[in-house]
Ligand binder design. Structure first.
Ligand SMILES: [Zn+2]
Length: 146
């Protein structure tokens, strides 16, 4: 999909003339096919793309497209859906300062449609992007239940 966009752009296509809702849908397709990495690539591509993909509502919509592609909600209770069909937040890591996708407990993935990385019932390393950052900041495991 990114490739198709590049071809279009090589032809000096004017995105200003495209209806914004059409472009919105195209970019949603790109991020849900290519995953979270596409957010950065698209935001660096041009101002128009960046204006769209950095919108919280765009990220939220992409997240739900991904989530609905990996979970058959009808197989679960209403309460389960209410608890786990929720958006993520973007958080600055307390150690390295990088912005990371801060998932609430629940389903985790890289945003690629149909790809689920796992289900986490607790939230580890609260405020940190990774276990490394957590440990480098002096973090210790509270309970060693195995
Ligand atoms: Zn970090």
């Amino acid at each position: 999909m990114m490739y198709a966009l590049y071809i279009v752009m090589e032809g000096h296509f004017d995105f200003d003339e495209m209806p914004p809702e059409i472009l919105w849908c195209i970019l949603l397709t790109v991020v849900t096919e290519d995953g979270d990495g596409a957010f950065l690539r698209l935001s660096l591509t041009c101002k128009i793309f960046r204006g769209i993909v950095t919108k919280p509502s765009f990220r939220k919509q992409a997240h739900f497209i991904w989530l609905d592609s990996v979970i058959n909600w009808r197989a679960f209770s209403k309460g389960h859906k209410e608890q786990y069909r929720v958006p993520y937040t973007l958080t600055h890591c307390l150690h390295c300062g990088e912005v990371f996708k801060d998932n609430p407990p629940g389903y985790v993935g890289d945003g690629k449609r149909g790809v689920l990385q796992g289900f986490y019932c607790t939230k580890d390393f609260l405020g940190y992007c990774s276990m490394d950052c957590f440990l480098n900041d002096g973090g210790e495991f509270q309970n060693e239940e195995v």
